[in-house]
Design a protein around this ligand. Structure first.
Ligand code: ZN
Length: 138
């Protein structure tokens, strides 16, 4: 069973405008073990309503960064009726220099990774349970 720990967001002034940028940090547990971490960010009032994020999976119980920790950058937006999830390249990820997230994968590599099902399982939980993201994209 997957459980997401919801904490208060960090809020910044957007670098490109005076709007508020919201940054979320979420720790995820599977059967009570540390399982993943994800970051998400969006800016209220931007024309493109999109949430950018990164999911880091694997060995979050270790203090040091393990080679078995892998990061998947993604975006969430909506079309008329559904959430859309797209993987992104590392170069386009705002967290690409955060080493603690692990080995960050480009889109093409990520799609073939053995954990890709778990990534999409977690994004399903995000759009189902992370109320900040649900409210923003509504
Ligand atoms: Zn802006």
């Amino acid at each position: 069973m997957i459980e997401i720990e919801f904490e208060e967001p960090n809020i910044y002034d957007c670098e490109c405008c005076s709007n508020k940028t919201v940054r979320l940090t979420r720790f995820v547990y599977k059967d009570d073990d540390a399982y993943a971490v994800y970051y998400c960010q969006y800016t209220i009032g931007h024309k493109d309503k999109v949430v950018t994020g990164v999911i880091s999976l694997g060995e979050w119980w270790e203090e040091s960064v393990s080679p078995e920790r892998v990061a998947f950058p993604f975006r969430i937006w909506t079309d008329e009726s559904n959430y859309q999830i797209g993987l992104m390249d590392k170069e386009d990820c705002i967290w690409k220099d955060i080493e603690i997230l692990g080995n960050m994968l480009d889109r093409e590599v990520a799609l073939k990774h053995k954990w890709i099902k778990e990534v999409f399982q977690l994004t399903d939980h995000i759009v189902d349970e992370d109320q900040y993201i649900i409210d923003y994209l509504e």
